[in-house]
Design a protein around this ligand. Sequence first.
Ligand code: NAD
Ligand code: UDP
Length: 319
Amino acid sequence: MKRVLITGGAGFLGSHLCDRFIKEGYHVIAMDNLITGDIRNIEHLFHLPNFEFYHHDVSKFIHVPGQLDYILHFASPASPIDYLKIPIQTLKVGSLGIHNCLGLARVKNARVLIASTSEVYGDPTVHPQNEEYWGNVNPVGPRGVYDEAKRFQEAMTMAYHTYHGLETRIVRIFNTYGPRMRLNDGRVLPAFIGQALRGEDLTVFGDGSQTRSFCYVDDLVEGIYRLLLSDYAYPVNVGNPAEITIKEFGEEIIKLTGTSQKLIFKELPKDDPKQRQPDITKAKAILDWEPKVSRDQGLRITYEYFKSLPEEELYKAAY
Ligand code: NAD
Ligand code: UDP
């Protein structure tokens, strides 16, 4: 049985990856310090003999007994309110954390896949963003702690590939959504749905003309699974190219939830990217992958999930 270590395994994406690898018949080790994750995301796997959970901070030395075939490094705060609140931990998990994972991979002769991000392109001047674009990041701005950690993580991973011959994969993930996102994580989808469910107006930052392209989690997991098993070591964008302005997105959520609330406009956060859309030519060619779930379908499933949560979840603060 192949053995996979998933750091950040109790988070939104990490927990869906745990499910997928269990389904594929792997032995799965989820490692997480629960700083932004939730043990409830993986509790349903605890009874399985081929699932283990290690409560551990991956920025500290990692010890895993036995063989490892794959390491997926997904540990990192991912939402702007999280990484603005814990900036040093964010920089550490993107630097010390990946260094530990790569060192472990060398000892175990394992293949490493890292969760990179569209944020390596910063506030892009090229549209849509392809993998050859080097980005437009403000290293000392508020988002720099996340963007630069992820850029460093890519550089470190390529260095282990080039100088140590380690098998590595880099996925640049664009905005992804679905069940198990935290209602209070500040990202736009849980923010809007939470507001609609509480009967509050929906807060659009700026004039709402900035764009994002939202990918449903199952599509993303499929792309990651294919990339891991491919032989391609350079970065690959995985995301849904269906681009929408945040104002239009707010209107879609109003329609979906049937709320009688309206959009209200608040100050745009500093360095908020104006346009974001993945160019997925490479993913199509190398992985034979493209997203299958429409925003309409994905939003319905996600809304049902949020509605099913206990009411107190709606009023929980982020920390
Ligand atoms: P998340 O916050 O739900 O999950 C991150 C997990 O990592 C959490 O469970 C958290 O407790 C854990 N973690 C953080 N620091 C840790 C540490 N030092 N040691 C051990 N565990 C630690 O976020 P997510 O949306 O699931 O994001 C997962 C990964 O995907 C992140 O690396 C993120 O940068 C990347 N990503 C996500 C998106 C997206 O749209 N969701 C987009 C681009 C990239
Ligand atoms: N946003 C918004 N209202 C909110 C939360 C976010 O208008 O309550 C905007 C945010 O300014 C950004 C977009 O929605 O332009 C996506 O934000 P998110 O934090 O989800 O992701 P990211 O900016 O990292 O892509």
